[in-house]
Design a protein around this ligand. Sequence first.
Ligand SMILES: [Mn+2]
Length: 471
Amino acid sequence: MYMMDREIKIIHTGDTHIGYRQYHSDVRRQDFLQAFSTVINDAIKMKVDAVVHAGDLFDSRTPSLEDILDTMKLFSRLKQADIPLLAIVGNHESKQNTQWLDLFESMGLVIRLGTVPYMLKDIAFYGIDNVPRSKIPLFDFSVFKKPLESSYNILVMHQLMSPITTGEWDCASVIAAMPFHVDVMLLGDYHKYEKITVGDTWVTYCGSTERNSLAEEENRSYNIITISDKGIDISRRTIPTREFLIIPVTIKDPSKIYEDILSAIKEQDVKDKVVFVEINGDDVNVPISHAEIEEMLLSHNVLVPGVRDLRKVTQEGLEHSVSISFYDPDEAIKKEIKRMNLSIGGLLIDEIVRDLAISKTKVSDESEKQLGALLEKIDFSQPLLLNEETKEKISHTLHDTENESSLNLSPDSNVEEREKSMMNVSETNLFESEKENKQINIKKQDENYDEKKRCLSAHTKPKQYNLGDYF
Ligand SMILES: [Mn+2]
């Protein structure tokens, strides 16, 4: 084998989600930038030979100008240090044709990995941008150009891969299909650090650089890949990030709820943290004002306050799913829309406007097309009487077809979607007015429970609303 003159060190990072204003907090947006900045600083300090970014650079396909400028500043620091940044496109920032990475590449800040090897000494780097689930079976591996001479081949992907996670794709089949041997797969998309071998190939997820949700409990980190005569070594280094804290409170005496919660808060160091009060207990009939608890947390200088009411969950033994659906943003939006009492046409336009698969410039064309189709279906010779049930039915049909298309265009995993829903917990609270929070009664909770069950049984994937776009 080709002998290396020295070892090669690469940082593998990804899922930086720059621009994500988690919980509508500008401070959290800054946190995401800070986490990526830490990785870049470390890369420069360690004098690594390259940084690999495995996708989801931005949280959105329409990052703000500020996000773009902040990102370019970070990239420029790498360039000044003469460290190449090798990257692929994730599902979050993926655009129709030309990508953000093309812009950065044209400025000499990034190298976009693809089917032609990028050579770093005798190591060949390849990349596969995120492939929507529906297009995976059609993926053509024959387009990859074999390296002329290489000691190791590295493939970077942004995908949920089995056997690590519920796979859209399978590591073994990708490795088998590539026209040359893959020594290392550097992956993004799954936000949790993982490292395994598949045959004699190393497969690793670096994890996200900041917590995208409460579910991302472990310390955030990035990977350091060292390649030398001794072979390949993969280690990880922790990124210091803002602390998330869950304060569990079990309701025993309904007359002392707020006292109990307050003393539980006082026992903890909550300053500047993201803090969720988690309510447990059997007595589901006691109304609890989330607004009041959030006020309490804020008065103790919490950065982001939140409440998770798990009382139903514990009772029904549905630990996993309920935290999503009880404060499911989709449900909250649906409820608000229901309250607006829109016509079918109104509902239809609402769906189109919020469909991430329809770009903003296509909204009017798409509305015209779909409203036209709707008008054709209506029999004007009959009196037009539509009750709530019919409206519901039509809106559901719209949802179904739409889910299919958004599935193709924003192929987030169930896991990631679920996490997304969870992290929107406090955002959802903003939907519910304080008044409503105080008026929670048993009936409403039962209603929620039904919706919850429906959501669980019909559970395909909740639609991903980027709520930030609506405020
Ligand atoms: Mn991601």
